[in-house]
Design a protein around this ligand. Structure first.
Ligand code: PFF
Length: 470
C-alpha cells in the first residue's frame, strides 16, 4: 500500500464541507445563466437529452476520476499529475493536464467574472424597484444600457474579482466553507418560488414541452458538442477544479456517492432554472434563442409582476452572485495552489497575482458587448461566423479545452494509473460499481469526445446516422 500524502493547504472539515464546496463550484452561472440560453439556441429538448446523457455517462465518472486523482496526489493539479505520473512510471508530460487546466480556469474566469458583474448590477436594479411593472421592452433596454457601457461593466467586473480574490486568499476553511452552507439551500428555495410563478403564467406546458420533447432534427453536430462541453462546464470538470478540491478531501469519504450527489444537485438546479425561464419567455413572446442576455431579460419581468417582487428579485440576484462566487473561487484555486507550492508565495500574494492577470484579460469580454460588438474575428469559419470575442472564448474553453482535459484525465486514470491504485483510492471494492466506472472512463468518455470532435470538424460525418440537423 502506498503511503498516504497530506496537503500543505489544509483540508475540508468533513464530507459535508466537500459536498457543499464542490456543489458550490458546480452550481453557478452555468446552470442559471448559460444552460437556459444554450438550450434555447440549440432547439430545446434534444439538446437537453444529450446534456443529461453526458452528465450520467461522462460527467459522473470523470468527476470520480478527478476527485480520486486529487485525493491521491494531494497537491495542485500540476504537481498532482507529476507525482502520480512518477508513481505510475509514466512520462512527465502528463503534468500538462494540470497546466492546460490552469489556462482554462484563467480564461473562463476572465469572462465569468464579467457576467457575474451583470448579476451584481442587477442586485441593485432589483432592490431599487427598477423592474416593477416592467415590460419585455423595458427590461431589454435596462440590459442594453448596462452591457453597452464598458465603464460600468468594468466597475462590476472589478468588484466581483476583488470579492473572489478575498475569499481565495483566506483559504479552504476560512472562506469557502462558510459561504456555501447557506447558498445551496437558499438558491433552491428561490428557484422553486420562480417555478411557482412560471406554473401560474399560463405557458408552463409550453416551457416543459420545449425543454423535454426531443426533436433531433433541431440539433446539429455542433449542438451535440455544445451539450457535451456544457456537461463538463456545469460540473466544473476537465480543468482541475474538482481535482484540487479532491486534494483537500479527508480519507474514507465515498467518492462515488458524493459525485452522484453533486451531479444530481447541479442538474436539478439547471432544470429548475430552465422550467422557470421558458414559460416566461413564451408568455412574453420572447425568443428562446436570444443568447447570453436571456435570463437578464426574462426573470426581471416575473419579478416586476409578482407581489414582493423587488424583494425576491433582489434575493435571487444576490444568490446568483453567491453561486457565481463559489464557482469563481474554484476556477482560480488550481493556479493559486501551484503558486504557493512552487513559487513559495503566501496565499495572499498568489491570489493577487492570479487575480490581476485574470482581471486584465476580462477586458476582452467587456469590449465584446459594446465597442467590439460587431467584431467577428473568425467570421471566415462557418460555425464561428457570428461569434464575438466573448463567444469564441466561451466556445474554446467549454467545448474544446474542458472535454480535451477530461479526455486526458480519463486516459490517465484507467490506462496509466495502476488498477490496484484506483481500486484503493475509490474505495468501493472491485465489484460491479468499480467495473462500470472503469468501463465508462476507459471506453465511453474517450470515444464520445473523439466522435463528437471528429464530427464537428467534419472529418467524419455521423449526423445523418443520428438524424441531426445540418
Ligand atoms: N461549474 C461552473 C458553473 O456551472 O457555473 C463553472 C465552472 C467552475 C467551470 C469551475 C469550470 C470550473 F472549473
Amino acid at each position: 500500500m502506498t503511503q498516504r500524502r497530506t496537503s500543505i493547504h489544509g483540508s475540508w472539515s468533513g464530507r459535508l464541507a466537500f459536498v457543499l464546496a464542490a456543489t458550490g463550484s458546480a452550481v453557478g452561472l452555468g446552470n442559471i445563466w448559460k444552460f437556459p440560453y444554450i438550450a434555447g439556441e440549440n432547439g430545446g429538448g434534444a439538446f437537453v437529452l444529450v446534456y443529461l446523457v453526458c452528465i450520467a455517462t461522462i460527467g459522473i465518472p470523470i468527476m470520480m476520476a478527478e476527485v480520486m486523482l486529487g485525493r491521491r496526489g494531494r497537491q495542485s493539479p500540476i504537481n498532482t499529475m507529476r507525482t502520480l505520473a512518477e508513481e505510475a512510471g509514466a512520462s512527465h508530460l502528463w503534468r500538462w493536464i494540470g497546466w492546460a487546466g490552469v489556462l482554462a480556469g484563467f480564461l473562463i474566469l476572465s469572462y465569468y467574472s464579467v457576467i457575474a458583474g451583470w448579476a451584481l448590477a442587477y442586485v441593485f436594479r432589483a432592490a431599487a424597484g427598477s423592474f416593477s411593472g416592467a415590460t419585455a421592452e423595458g427590461v431589454a433596454s435596462i440590459f442594453e444600457q448596462l452591457t453597452g457601457d464598458p465603464e460600468r461593466l468594468l466597475a462590476w467586473h472589478t468588484l466581483f474579482m476583488v470579492l473572489t480574490m478575498i475569499v481565495v486568499s483566506r483559504g479552504v476553511r476560512g472562506g469557502l466553507e462558510k459561504a456555501v452552507r447557506f447558498l445551496v439551500p437558499g438558491l433552491f428555495v428561490l428557484l422553486i418560488l420562480l417555478d411557482g410563478y412560471a406554473l401560474a403564467s399560463g405557458a408552463f406546458d409550453q416551457g416543459l414541452e420545449f425543454l423535454f420533447t426531443p426533436d433531433f432534427s433541431k440539433i446539429t453536430a455542433n449542438g451535440v458538442l455544445i451539450a457535451m462541453g456544457h456537461a463538463f462546464f456545469t460540473l466544473s470538470l476537465g480543468m482541475g477544479a474538482i481535482m484540487v478540491y479532491g486534494s483537500y478531501l479527508p480519507e474514507r469519504t465515498s467518492i462515488a456517492r458524493t459525485s452522484i450527489i453533486i451531479a444530481s444537485l447541479d442538474t436539478l438546479v439547471a432544470l429548475l432554472a430552465g422550467m422557470a425561464i421558458f414559460p416566461i419567455v413564451f408568455v412574453n413572446g420572447l425568443e428562446p434563442g436570444s443568447g447570453p442576455g436571456l435570463i437578464f431579460q426574462t426573470l426581471p419581468i416575473a419579478f416586476g409582476h409578482m407581489p414582493g417582487g423587488w424583494l425576491f428579485g433582489t434575493l435571487f440576484f444576490v444568490l446568483l452572485v453567491f453561486a457565481a462566487w463559489t464557482s469563481a473561487i474554484s476556477l482560480i484555486e488550481p493556479a493559486v495552489a501551484w503558486l504557493v507550492e512552487n513559487k513559495g508565495m503566501t496565499r495572499i500574494y498568489a491570489s493577487v497575482y492570479a487575480g490581476i492577470a485574470t482581471w486584465s484579460f476580462g477586458l476582452l469580454t467587456i469590449m465584446s458587448f459594446n465597442r467590439w460588438a460587431e467584431f467577428r474575428p473568425l467570421s471566415f469559419v462557418p460555425i464561428f461566423k457570428t461569434y464575438t470575442v466573448f463567444d469564441l472564448l466561451d466556445y474554446l474553453t467549454a467545448n474544446i479545452m474542458l472535454p480535451l482535459g477530461g479526455l486526458f484525465i480519463a486516459l490517465f486514470s484507467v490506462w496509466v494509473m495502476k488498477r490496484s491504485d484506483s481500486v484503493q483510492e475509490l474505495d468501493m471494492g472491485d465489484g460491479a460499481g468499480y467495473v462500470l466506472w472503469r468501463f465508462l472512463v476507459r471506453y465511453v468518455t474517450p470515444l464520445a469526445v473523439l466522435v463528437v470532435f471528429l464530427n464537428v470538424t467534419g472529418i467524419v460525418d455521423f449526423s445523418g446516422l443520428l438524424g441531426l440537423a445540418e
